[in-house]
Design a protein around this ligand. Structure first.
Ligand code: G6P
Ligand code: MN
Length: 438
């Protein structure tokens, strides 16, 4: 009698997760879905949408609940999917816009925006993990909440034994895009990858059916064809820019394929130039996905259900459902996971939180070691980032302004301590309802 709780149930990502659950109901026979959110209106909207989906698929034996009370939401749950966003899209907007005012990268996970979001997210995640320890200690938490490395670092300091897997869909998404553009089937791939979350590199993409490493030929294509991804995600400027940027980076470091998020760390000035400082990603999401979801709920409320559910589900939902199934059925599927390093990247400090491939089974994640040292360029970049993130988490637990300032200064998108301080001071004001007192 499998029960799952979606923490952040009102999120616009919920329908994608539910669709993936419904498509895999044989592997993951869920009987009860609990939408847990602190925002009652959003949770109720999502209840209507999910209820409609279940009825449409004739899966009315699944119990659906929209819950505000944590005890009711978590008690006896088997899986917690966490996708909370502390402060919502409104605060994401400030994360993006404050740094941009000072000519710095304004992004929700990279740069100072990511650090601001980190200081907000930690309390929210600690609260969810705390509820799970109390009401469902046997449950697995599959976390998507950003910024993931910072959250993992904070959670493991308080709950070192928490049954929690941290995963990001970006690597899957990159692989899908490349496979789609160049006619490969990602299902045949065994990828080698290392880094931090939103900050890593592919070193090998072994294709089982072709029986060879296809990464060199992919790099060749990315370079000569200048990364043609325009037909995919057409109209989504940020994606296109990211991938164009990625091919630039690839030319300089031709042995690895970088995660597209590295553009923010390696080309912060270019990214800022290309960014509209008044209308950021948060605005796009609020006026797009968020608005559409509200309208969809409204249509269902009024009984106008024709052409409702015209969603664009990403890989996000499938990925989290595969992970739950891999735990439950001890499938040992391979995922990229965000885990304590402990030697996975041999010459990187072992207490870093890294993103590497891992097999997932009934006892959790078994990360794969890279089995070789990484070069100084990559190591240097990562070490600065790890140190900055650790300082930020220290700042959270120690209420330390000084450590927060050190973290902001060390962030790889920031060229000057003066700017770091200006942004930090403005962010303290903007986040006073959410951050610990520094
Ligand atoms: C990717 C990243 C996620 C991030 C999301 C933002 O999927 O891996 O960590 O949350 O993009 O997407 P959005 O559409 O909200 O900008
Ligand atoms: Mn991610």
């Amino acid at each position: 009698n499998l029960k799952i709780t979606i923490a952040g149930g009102g999120s616009t990502y919920t329908p994608g997760i539910i669709q993936a659950i419904l498509n895999n109901i044989d592997r993951l026979p869920i009987k009860e879905i609990r939408l847990y959110d602190i925002d009652e209106a959003r949770n109720n909207d999502m209840f209507l949408i999910i209820d409609y989906m279940l009825k449409r698929e004739n899966l009315t034996y699944i119990t659906l609940k929209a819950i505000l009370d944590p005890e009711e939401a978590f008690t006896d749950s088997d899986f917690i999917f966490s996708q909370i966003r502390v402060g919502g899209m409104k605060m994401r907007e400030t994360d993006e816009k404050i740094p941009l005012k000072y000519g710095l990268v304004g992004q929700e996970t990279c740069g100072l925006g990511g650090f601001a979001y980190g200081l907000r997210s930690i309390s929210g995640l600690l609260e969810v993990v705390g509820h799970v320890q109390t009401y469902a200690p046997h449950a697995w938490i599959l976390n998507y909440t950003n910024p993931e490395t910072i959250i993992s670092e904070a959670v493991r300091r308080v709950y070192p034994k928490a049954k929690m897997l941290n995963a990001c869909d970006m690597t899957i998404s990159i692989e899908e895009t490349i496979a789609f553009n160049y006619g490969y089937d990602r299902k045949n791939w065994i990828s080698e990858y290392y880094g931090l979350n939103h900050f890593g590199w592919y070193t090998k993409i072994y294709d089982k059916s072709l029986e060879r490493d296809v990464m060199p030929e992919i790099i060749e294509k990315l370079n000569t064809e200048n990364m043609k991804v325009a037909d995919f995600n057409a109209g989504d400027k940020s994606w296109q820019e990211a991938f164009n940027m990625m091919s630039v980076i690839t030319k300089n470091f031709p042995t690895n394929i970088p995660n597209n998020y590295l553009e923010y760390y390696l080309y912060p000035d270019m990214v800022v130039e290309e960014t509209d400082k008044e209308y950021t990603r948060a605005n796009m999401v609020m006026e797009g996905r968020e608005k559409n979801t509200r309208e969809m709920a409204e249509k269902i409320r009024q009984g106008k259900t024709e052409d409702v559910l015209n969603f664009n589900f990403g890989e996000h939902g499938q990925y989290i459902v595969d992970m739950a199934s891999s735990i439950m059925n001890d499938e040992h599927q391979r995922f990229m996971l965000i885990v304590p390093n402990n030697g996975a990247i041999p010459n990187l400090r072992s207490d870093a939180v890294v993103e590497v491939p891992a097999y997932v089974g009934a006892t959790g994640a078994e990360p794969i070691s890279l089995r070789e040292n990484i070069g100084d360029f990559h190591k240097g970049l990562m070490e600065a980032q790890v140190a900055a993130e650790k300082l930020l988490v220290d700042a959270y637990f120690e209420n330390s302004y000084q450590k927060a300032l050190q973290a902001f200064t060390l962030n790889q998108t920031v060229p000057s301590a003066r700017l770091a301080k200006l942004v930090l001071d403005e962010m303290i004001e903007a986040n006073k309802e959410y951050w610990p007192k520094l």
